[in-house]
Design a protein around this ligand. Structure first.
Ligand code: C2E
Ligand code: MG
Ligand code: MG
Length: 554
């Protein structure tokens, strides 16, 4: 069975035609490498997405409805349009077939796009679709309205929110006046391209009119919309090259949220436009929420960022260490370094509060460097004091892991502290690896080549496919505490925990469980062969002095 699956994957990935499998509802269940190439998206990132999202911006929804219904009998479509990750439209021939379940009901659909059939949709002229802006090729206001409407329906059902960001260039008329309309058009086109690059598959970017653009994005927290706004502002920071000149522009962004600010597209648009005007009046190059208390929250974030910078300079960060215990011997075999912020006014602040903000602002890179050095020096000091050596794990954030100088920083921390690389382990999460799997693997290998361990943290909560796992040059899997917390009473959780331990065995990886709080957790993990266990049952994270008391002599 496993062999058939592997064979099936290999065959799929070897074929040059793009293949997509969806379920009855049109959710993507599987795509091959060629499909990823065709659409410009990482295959893993497409799983679970609505297939219509890839096609519907250019084809009207009715056509897609038909496509799915008619696929009950195999059919070929000579001309179908799809959307590339970079916003480009492309045309190709597509054939659809359905696969029936035991009851003869269609349960899955297979779409094949013939490799020699696709070409870029030139836009404009005949190929240009109604509803798309002629200059930039982005969806126009009517399509945006339609997409917002659809997303409101989904959000209502799932109890979720949507953000509508409206953005206008600051002082665009100056550019038109100084460089002429052709240069102005050129700039708008490039703005559209940059915009298309920063949004996710589930988002829609549109051109409203003149210098006004919009992005609709489904969100699960208000912060998500801030992230999009900051991404957009950042994307526009690089100079534009117009008529041999470097031109800098800025954007003002207004944000409204469904359902708090409005219940339909018209209301949301009105709110976003008015918020954008406020952003412009306040000097431009910034975002504003329609709801004023949101602005207060955004301001808090800015204040937090400022305080964090100061905290780094004033050494207000400390590291706590949580023991990893080998259940067979009850001895401490390792530690995870966990950062704490001791703010003179607010007291101890947990990483859950400031790490996400540090990530978005880029401050995480400096904080991470500090953590890495501190942890290396500490574990070496314990070795020098004569304790049995333990392995030190350090959490590495996504931005840190992708930074060009990661390796240099690790090397320097090791050489300055004189710590042997084998006592250092980096903890990364699955989600950091899936966007660009190939380059992530190269990075992981480079870390391993230094001699450090590499662990996947919170394993089981991300969306990594098991087929990748075997290719990741890791040393350790860390079972997320979600699969530990109720093993004693939930047979499903227990089965998953057992499977992860078994998987680690098969792949020759060390397996660590986190979040063990009860004797039952320890018994279960020990009986099932877990190498080490971290959790409140043994100890909460401790400061260096308290941790030292747990160490043993060889
Ligand atoms: P994580 O890496 O998964 O760390 C484990 C978290 O689980 C820690 O929370 C730890 O205190 C908590 N924990 C340990 N045992 C138990 C238990 O038995 N029950 C429960 N309920 N919780 C337990 P903490 O210290 O608040 O850290 C939270 C997250 O913040 C970490 O999750 C990690 O993702 C991040 N973080 C912490 N320190 C750093 C750091 O230096 N750099 C980066 N980039 N992220 C960090
Ligand atoms: Mg961790
Ligand atoms: Mg964890």
């Amino acid at each position: 069975m496993v062999e058939t699956e592997a064979l099936f994957s290999a065959v799929l990935d070897a074929t040059a035609d793009a293949v997509m499998v969806t379920d009855r509802a049109g959710m993507i269940r599987r795509v091959n490498l060629a499909f990823g190439k065709l659409t410009g998206f990482e295959p893993a990132a497409l799983i679970g997405k609505d297939a219509r999202e890839l096609f519907s911006e250019i084809n009207d929804t009715e056509f897609l409805g038909e496509l799915w219904d008619e696929a009950l009998t195999p059919r070929n479509y000579p001309k179908v349009r799809s959307k590339h990750a970079d916003g480009r439209a492309q045309v190709h021939a597509l054939s659809m077939t359905s696969v029936n379940d035991q009851n003869g009901q269609p349960s899955q659909f297979v779409a094949v796009i013939l490799s020699d059939s696709f070409q870029t949709d030139a836009g404009g002229g005949q190929a240009r679709q109604m509803g798309h802006d002629a200059l930039t090729g982005l969806p126009d206001r009517s399509i945006l309205a339609d997409r917002v409407g659809q997303n409101i329906l989904n959000a209502k059902r799932a109890n979720k929110s949507i953000a509508l960001l409206v953005m206008g260039l600051d002082r665009f008329t100056l550019i038109n006046d100084a460089l002429g309309y052709a240069a102005g058009d050129q700039m708008l086109k490039e703005v559209a391209e940059r915009l298309a690059k920063v949004i996710r598959v589930s988002d829609t970017a549109a051109r409203l009119d003149g210098d006004k653009f919009a992005v609709m994005t489904p969100i699960s927290a208000i912060d998500d919309s801030v992230i999009v706004a900051e991404k957009v502002l950042n994307a526009m920071k690089k100079p534009f090259h117009l008529k041999g000149e470097e031109v800098f522009i800025t954007f003002s962004i207004g944000i409204s949220i469904y359902p708090t600010d409005g219940l339909d597209f018209d209301d949301l648009l009105k709110d976003s436009l008015s918020a954008m005007q406020y952003a412009k009046h306040d000097g431009g190059s910034q975002y504003r929420f329609f709801a004023s208390d949101m602005n207060a929250k955004a301001k808090n974030r800015l204040a937090l960022e400022k305080r964090m910078r100061a905290a780094l300079a004033n050494e207000e960060f400390v590291l706590f260490y949580q023991p990893k215990v080998e259940p067979k011997t009850n001895r401490v075999r390792g530690a995870e370094a966990l950062i704490r912020w001791i703010d003179p006014v607010h007291g101890m602040i947990s990483p859950g509060e400031f790490i996400p903000v540090a990530e978005e602002t880029g401050l995480i890179v400096d904080i991470g460097t500090w953590v890495m050095r501190k942890a290396c020096f500490q574990v070496k000091a314990w070795q020098d004091a004569g304790y049995a050596p333990i392995k030190m794990s350090v959490n590495v954030s996504s931005m840190q892991f992708k930074a060009k100088d990661l390796l240099d920083k690790v090397k320097l921390a090791l050489s300055d502290s004189k710590l042997d690389a084998k006592w250092l382990e980096l903890e990364i999460t699955e989600s950091m690896l899936m966007n660009d799997v190939e380059s992530a693997i190269a990075r992981m290998q480079a870390v391993r080549d230094l001699g450090c361990g590499l662990s996947i943290d919170d394993f089981g909560t991300g969306y990594s496919s098991l087929s990748y796992l075997g290719r990741f040059p890791i040393t350790t899997l860390k079972i997320d505490r979600a699969f530990v917390k109720d093993v004693q009473e939930n047979p499903n959780t227990a089965e998953i925990a057992r499977a992860i331990i078994g998987l680690s065995r098969g792949l020759n990886l060390e397996v660590v469980a986190e979040g063990a709080e009860l004797q039952e957790h320890i018994d279960f993990l020990k009986d099932n062969g877990c190498d080490s266990i971290q959790g409140f049952f043994y100890s909460k994270p401790l400061d260096a002095k308290a941790f030292e008391a747990k160490l043993t002599r060889p």
